[in-house]
Design a binder for this molecule. Structure first.
Ligand SMILES: [Zn+2]
Ligand SMILES: [Zn+2]
Length: 366
């Protein structure tokens, strides 16, 4: 039996339950959780903005120590290894994997729709009833069983909390800059939203030498944190038109606008902030079916682009070690990104704090 945070239906608080966790099967590992990130994406599922099979154990960014190997593992991971989770596994065989874009691997979709591991089945039960895995991870728990294709080794010197948030917020925000933005040194970039992901994009923008780096939010404390991470300018969208304020800093508009919120109004503002030939990079998830309007003529006449970026458009087995390396060499100040720590039992409180505007990325420490 393990303790885990179970969602029975959207709109209700998560319940901490004693859950049965089966042993790992072929190609799987059992991992003791050391830290789990409090990500806004789980909150979309808690509210019902996006649906998933129920009941389910939530949590998708985490890190821990491997306790047991199932049969037929590859040998790359040993008992005692420190690992971080990837909520997008890779089969290594499909067109997306072979072409170097494993974030779009078909197995990610399979895990999301079945609520199982890579074979579609679950290792979790509650009172004899099947419980689902969330994106193959379910780390709001003391322990998990995951596919070895869902983990990446964590080097010594990277704390568990940093490893946990790197598997989602950091790779999403930093990865979008490193993998999608091009030729931005000395060129303007704007980042909408100074939550965990947006702040990571600010760090990434500093890393590649973008200038100016404009961070936008409605919370002054978050904007102050953005300045610490490399924003050269901040815009409080609560005190006047955000686009006008951006144009006061970058009169011709920006080459790159990162939208890390996932709302129609800020998507539109991101588009309107663009210079000719500029690109909006959308990172934030919205409720299912959400749309925003794009004015056709400025799109065509300005040769503008709008692109989506999932999981930082990363190749996680390459990009996660890269990010760990940048952290260890002092180029990514991720320690300052970690916000409040909560116990697993306080998971609902942690989400209440997130919604109320808590700073940085909070973590659960079981
Ligand atoms: Zn996440
Ligand atoms: Zn694949």
């Amino acid at each position: 039996m393990i303790r885990a945070a179970v969602m029975r239906q959207p709109g209700l608080p998560l319940e901490i339950e004693d859950v049965e966790l089966e042993k790992p099967r072929a190609g799987e590992l059992s991992v003791r959780i050391e830290a789990a990130g409090v990500c806004h994406s789980d909150y979309h599922y808690m509210k019902g903005d996006i649906t998933c099979p129920l009941p389910i154990v939530l949590g998708h960014e985490g890190a821990g120590i491997v306790e047991e190997l199932g049969p037929d593992t590859s040998g790359a991971i040993a008992v005692g290894s420190r690992v971080a989770f990837m909520w997008r596994p890779r089969c290594g065989k499909c067109a997306a994997c072979v072409s170097g874009n494993p974030v779009l691997c078909a197995s990610g979709r399979l895990q999301a729709t079945t609520g199982g591991l890579l074979d579609g089945t679950s290792r979790l039960r509650l009172g004899g009833q099947k419980l689902h895995h969330f994106l193959g991870v379910s780390c709001f728990a003391e322990r998990v069983v995951v596919s070895e294709r869902s983990v990446v080794p964590v080097p010594d010197g990277v704390p568990a909390e940093i490893a946990a948030i790197t598997g989602c917020a950091v790779v999403t925000g930093v990865g979008a800059v490193l993998n999608v933005v091009e030729r931005a040194a000395g060129r303007p970039i704007v980042i909408f939203g100074a939550g965990g992901v947006g702040l990571c994009s600010v760090m990434g923008a500093r890393l590649i030498g973008a200038d100016p780096i404009v961070a936008i939010d409605i919370d002054e404390d978050k904007l102050q944190l953005a300045r610490r991470f490399g924003a050269t300018h901040t815009v409080n969208a609560g005190s006047g038109d955000a686009v006008e304020q951006v144009k006061a800093i970058a009169p011709a508009g920006v080459d790159w606008a990162i939208e890390a919120i996932g709302q129609p109004a800020t998507m539109r503002q991101a588009f309107e902030s663009l210079a000719p030939a500029g690109t909006v990079i959308a990172l934030g998830l919205a409720r299912v079916g959400a749309t925003f309007e794009v004015p056709i003529n400025p799109l065509v006449q300005g040769q503008k682009r709008i692109v989506g970026s999932l999981y930082g458009s990363a190749n996680p087995l390459i990009d996660l070690p890269k990010i760990f390396g940048l952290y260890l060499s002092g180029r990514l100040p991720l320690d300052d990104l970690v916000g409040e720590r909560f116990t697993l039992e306080a998971v609902n409180e942690a989400y209440a704090r997130l919604v109320a505007g808590g700073l940085g990325r909070s973590v659960l420490v079981p």
